[in-house]
Design a protein around this ligand. Structure first.
Ligand code: NAD
Length: 424
């Protein structure tokens, strides 16, 4: 089940130098051979599908490295969900409620995994880094420009404290993507000038409101239907393609102009589909599309056109130069969601912190930029979200905010009311 992950340290250093790549883009390897045995005490915030999955992934990753994981404490908005997961881990404490993350951070843990809806990520990450914990953060990491910029700033604090932040953008930890990114960085397809990326799939779930249910509970259970909780699906799901694109091109886009709409949804306030032209400058445009409508053509992936070839994100590359390039052995675990934890644990053990906060925050901002353009019908510039304090979107901070959940002041947005381009 596990793939041996062995690469001489010397090669690892050489690869970093050759690729000129971010250290977080490279897999780290089995250090069991060094005789190191270690137990990591961890906590988890958000005990849903991915939180449960990530806990299993980190246990599998630790086994690969010859380490142990002790799940010390878990938190969820709903006590019963925390209890259910804690039962699987002997001695694990379970905390419930919107402030339960504080209790997890008070426990003797060195690493915390975060898998709540994205709206909570900036707040939980800030508290975790302040408490001196290494962090694994599921993508996306914010729902608005204020939150995304906050994550970039927290990333700098983490750097100064020597703490790791690894994000759930697993494609950056997969050999298929690592190989193609490396080849592109070596000029295999020349300069990227265009491409098309998509995440088109069926609709997601929706849960009816229970009698007497609070707005906060209703929103938490239906977080994938409300932009204030998820960022909308161009941010929540399509982020993976936006992240690969920023990584392969080597910079975030300059501007976005897009459209989208609601055709089928009855509930929540998100769009069903988006189509966005991301302008990366230097005559490079990427067309992005994402859709959540059932019984339509589904496709998830990336394709890029360069001046000297073409490539899929993880697949075939058409390149006359490829054969002459020396591609390092990017051997990784077959499952990128295990490999990201292998890289995280190895980095903590070695004391060589990884920090992917800026990359994942920029991918999040890229999705937000496309969303704002589709919602408003306007051209949105990267600077509108990052530096231009006069922009109407610079200070956009969606409500209800995480603090409203802790303060018990959540008012749910109306179901079925969404932005109208040209009027929003
Ligand atoms: N990397 C990937 O491929 C991937 C795949 C799936 C999901 N995700 C991401 O993981 C995150 C979680 O998604 P999921 O599918 O597990 O959703 P989920 O609804 O199954 O789980 C979310 C959990 O968080 C809990 N929660 C909500 N607010 C909370 C709060 N303030 N404090 C503590 N707990 C809270 C919920 O009760 C729920 O149990 C999302 O950001 C999603 O985008 C990433």
């Amino acid at each position: 089940m596990t793939t041996p992950l062995i690469m001489p340290r010397r090669n690892f250093i050489k690869n970093v130098a050759v690729a000129g790549a971010a250290i977080s883009a490279l897999p780290l390897f089995n250090i069991r051979a060094q005789g190191a045995s270690r137990k990591f005490k961890i906590g988890l915030i958000g005990c849903g599908g991915r939180g449960t999955g990530a806990t299993g992934n980190i246990i599998a990753a630790a086994k690969t490295l010859g380490y142990e994981i002790e799940v010390v404490a878990v938190a969820d908005f709903f006590q019963e969900k925390a209890d259910k997961l804690a039962q699987k881990h002997p001695g694990c404490r379970a905390f419930g409620g919107p402030d339960a993350y504080h209790k997890v951070l008070e426990q003797p843990i060195e690493l915390v995994l975060m898998a709540t809806p994205p709206a909570f990520r900036p707040l939980h990450l800030e508290a975790s880094i302040a408490a001196g914990k290494h962090c694994f953060i599921e993508k996306p990491v914010a729902v608005d420009p204020v939150g995304a910029r906050k994550v970039i700033a927290i990333g700098e604090v983490a750097k100064n404290k020597g703490l790791c932040i690894v994000a759930g953008t697993q494609r950056r930890h997969m050999s298929t993507y690592l190989r193609n990114q490396f080849a592109i960085s070596q000029g295999a397809i020349g300069k990227i000038t265009g491409g098309t990326i998509s995440w088109c799939q069926s609709k997601l779930w929706f849960k009816e409101r229970n009698p007497g249910e609070s707005d906060a509970s209703y929103l938490v259970r239906n977080w994938t239907s409300f932009v204030e909780m998820s960022g909308d699906h161009i941010v929540e799901q399509h982020l993976h393609q936006l992240d690969v694109t920023n990584w392969f091109i080597g910079r975030p886009p300059v501007s976005a102009i897009g459209f989208g709409g609601r055709a089928r949804r009855q509930t929540g306030n998100q769009f069903d589909f988006f189509s966005v032209d991301f302008n990366y400058g230097e005559d490079c445009h990427i067309h992005s599309m994402c859709r959540q409508i059932k019984s339509c053509y589904d496709n998830v992936g990336e394709f890029y056109i360069g001046t000297e070839g073409t490539t899929y994100g993880a697949g075939k590359m058409q390149s006359a130069k490829l054969a002459s390039l020396k591609i390092p052995d990017f051997t990784t675990h077959a499952d990128g969601q295990v490999q990201e934890h292998v890289d995280l644990l190895a980095a903590i053990a070695k004391g060589t912190p990884l920090n992917g906060a800026k990359d994942v925050a920029e991918a999040t901002l890229t999705g937000i930029m496309g969303r704002i353009s589709a919602y408003t019908g306007q051209l949105v510039r990267w600077t509108d979200l990052t530096t231009n304090t006069e922009s109407p979107w610079y200070n956009l901070a969606l409500t209800p905010a995480p603090a409203d959940f802790e303060g018990g002041t959540v008012i749910a947005p109306k179901d079925g009311v969404c932005p109208i381009p040209g009027e929003a």
